[in-house]
Design a protein around this ligand. Structure first.
Ligand code: G3H
Ligand code: 13P
Ligand code: ZN
Length: 311
């Protein structure tokens, strides 16, 4: 099956009260772990590539690895640009054969965000590609997206209708308390997403797919694996999975997960290195890392997102 857009995935997810997992990919083992999990669960899946991932792995390699996964699994796979920072980056991904792009102009003024999103939508739609946009800013740090914690601001529900109408975007990422990375909430505080904002947004945009970034739950078993094997991540804390389940039952159709994959991979490799100090064959530590990514994604699909058996 060729790569697909997220249109059909989101329509069914919205009506069915579940969400599609959007997992970040950077290399072959991550792509294999995610897509083997999706195949085992008969789940549609979104593989997303950041600008940093393209710079790290080389755009042609990533494209060909995703094509290989699609040939091997026969799954409906949507290939998505995560946090596109400019029209040029989005255009480059559309031209490369991505089926979905995100333009993240959320740090700009509302009018600037609308103008650049509109420009991306016009180009993408003319090429059969769908567009995710963002309103409101999340705290957190990635390679290409840096937002200080105090600069984060919830989405203003009163802006969403005008934004969607004027841009023509196909889905909308909103800020309701999630953030990027593994340190999302202060240790000891009670993580609580703003479901009132999500509900308000959903009322103003009936049937419209909402996206949740920064949705890793930071499994403590992997944090322990890191910390017990020479790493230093005390206080890492994520979004509680019951709140992700609630979001998936509401208007949220796409849930973004990257940090959990990084933790699963790094925790496993750290432990392997400590347990096997004389090994130097990369396959020996990448194999269990890939397997733990697969197990993690199967758990997300079946126990959190609810998108298993939805092909
Ligand atoms: O939200 C963004 C993802 O976690 C990607 O991060 O830019 O470091 O690849 P990255
Ligand atoms: P996490 O850092 O919570 O995994 O969020 C990933 C993300 O939003 C990718 O766009
Ligand atoms: Zn994100």
């Amino acid at each position: 099956m060729p790569l697909v857009t997220s249109t059909e995935m989101f329509r069914k997810a919205y009506d069915g009260g579940y969400a599609i997992g959007a997992f970040n990919v950077n290399n072959m083992e991550i792509i294999q772990g995610i897509t083997e999990a999706a195949r085992a669960c008969s789940a549609p899946v979104i593989l997303q590539v950041s600008k940093g991932a393209r710079a790290y792995a080389n755009r042609t390699y990533l494209m060909k690895l995703v094509e290989a996964a699609e040939i091997e699994t026969g799954l409906p796979i949507c290939l998505h640009l995560d946090h596109g920072d400019s029209f040029e980056t989005c255009k480059s991904c559309v031209d490369d054969g991505f089926t979905s792009v995100m333009i993240d102009a959320s740090s700009k003024t509302l009018d600037e965000n609308i103008a650049i999103t509109r420009q991306v939508v016009e180009y993408a739609h003319a090429h059969g590609v769908v567009v995710e946009a963002e309103l409101g800013t999340l705290a957190g740090i990635e390679d290409e997206v840096k937002v200080a914690a105090d600069a984060s601001s919830y989405t203003r529900a009163e802006d969403v209708q005008e934004f969607v109408q004027r841009t023509g975007c196909d889905s909308l990422a909103i800020a309701i308390g999630t953030s990027h990375g593994a340190f999302k909430f202060k240790p000891g505080s009670k993580p609580q997403l703003r479901f009132d904002i999500l509900e308000d947004v959903a009322k103003r945009l009936p049937g419209f797919p909402i996206v949740l970034h920064g949705s890793s739950s930071v499994p403590q078993e992997f944090v322990r694996m890191v910390n017990e094997n020479g790493g230093n991540m005390p206080g890492a804390i994520g979004v509680p999975e019951d709140q992700l389940r609630q979001a998936a039952r509401m208007a949220v159709c796409k849930i973004n997960i990257d940090s959990d994959l990084r933790l699963a991979m790094t925790g496993t490799i750290r432990k392997y290195m400590v347990d096997h100090p004389a090994d130097f064959d990369p396959r020996q530590y990448l194999k269990p890392a890939r397997e733990n990514i697969k197990q993690l994604v199967m758990h997300k699909i079946t126990d959190v997102l609810g998108c298993d058996n939805k092909i």
